[in-house]
Design a protein. Sequence first.
Lengths: 156, 428
Amino acid sequence: MGFAVAASGGGGNFQHPFKTTFTSDGMLFAAGVVNGLMPVIKVNGTPVPIIGDSKHAQPLLKLDSKAIDRATLQSWACIEVTPNADGSLDAKSLIEIVHRDSPFSNVATVGRQPVALILWTAALKPGRVFPQLWFNLRYYRTNPPAGGGAPKHFFL
Amino acid sequence: MMIYPPRKELKERAPARPLAGANMRLSTSWAGVSFSAPTGSRWRHPWFTQPRWDADARRWVATVKPGFVNGNAPVVQMTIAEARAAADQGYGKNPLSGEDYFSAWIFDHPKEAFPSFILDVPLYFSPALPLTFRGIGFDAPGSAVPQFFRDRGVNAAPPTLEDNLLSGAPENLDDAGPPKGNRLLRAADIILHQPRTGLTSNVSMEPGIVTGVSNVTQTLSLLSPSPADRLKVYCTSDFSEEQAAASGIDPLSGDFTEQTFDEIPVATVYLLSPPNTAPGTAPDATWTPFVQHNLFWDLNYAQPAFSPVSNTQNALGDLLGVATILGGGTAAIGINFATASINDAFQTALNILQGNSMTGSFWVPTGGGSTSRFPQTPPVPAQGATGLDKDGRLAAQRAAAAQARRSASLDGPFPYEAPAFPTAFLNS
């Protein structure tokens, strides 16, 4: 075959959990966990771990231009967590990376943590991506207040 | 750099054909084959602050690498006239975006019509933040000089006449001039400003049934921030967290209104003058900038819930009752207690206000739970610092100390530090 020469990737490559790779079709994510559980991306309705598994290739988060904030031309890739009724997370809980027009969830049962900010061009094409999450996560949900109200979702 | 298979094995294979391995670019020409390895830019953390001298405006400005709070980018507020002036000066290419500074759509406003109109420019458009400095050191009496700058020739201010009189030391006018090689120091604080809901209280007193005892009613209610207030980054020459927290609260006049924002320092920019600069000189391009960061990672932010006062506050006074009031559509809590003096009433009111403060907290989601202290890099002993060669050992130690001074930074080692999650939120 011959010989090959390789080099380190340079100082600009900081490998961290949930590191995003921006492609023309969407975004890929490096491995990362929430309470030790790896989030999924739904591919045609099927949840696939963000680094893929034995049956599926690494899934791509599609960036839909309908899910952006038109006033600021921003959107977010977010981790959305739907815990069990008691607030705990286990293998049956839904931990998903989704594309949203806001970093905040207005659904009381869902906690949302932004992973990356996507800036769109005036032609509604994704332009630049800013990572916003650098570590694995631990999730905690408070109990709903006794007098009624929504629980709080914390990512620590 | 690695070459594989090893040269020994290569000799057994012929002909050897060069291949591009990981992160390596190969190009072939008549002269042969060349490999190009990427140098890679140094990774810079969020909130990385870069000061520079603006030669046209003759002032120091800074750009801050975008950091985010709950996913949102803070803004820098500037007038259209300032934005236009900055664009006209031509800052060149922004290394982060590869585009011209101030070329983004947000700067495309009718500049002529409203030159004093305030623009909210998000940090990801790299707006230049004008810096305003305070003096530290020889020409700023009363200021403390960090050891980092003492090592670089900054001297503390000489004692004043009052200091000498108080200490009994004789005044020596010969020593009033700056020491030889003296360097001056200036500092500017860059602050992250987060609007939030504040707490305000109204205290009223009526004579009680018992002589000399008043019934006090304190009504706690929420105060919204100004609609124009934004999550922003700004520069100030003198920032004090304690002073900011206490603003709006004056127990003597019975004014208990919390501020409607939280603030945290992003970084402090220092400017170090050349040696023998005359005291009082304004900084220019000849001064050397240093940055001490306080934030290194993107932040989450939350406020405690506004909830009825707990019974534990009986200890603060004779708490007679707590009632939730709805006035003007805003939730409020009425608290009744009895006291003998107006000072006691105001102190109790202040304690209740502070005990139910709406002050929020910043933290970094590190997955580390309640602590965000990262392990520090263990110190590496200097080469030759052990052994029987005493001269060599001392020389190695001196060389290591000199190297440490040269490479010293105001920031700690990677992975830096992060504000910890406030565990009190888990009890709410």
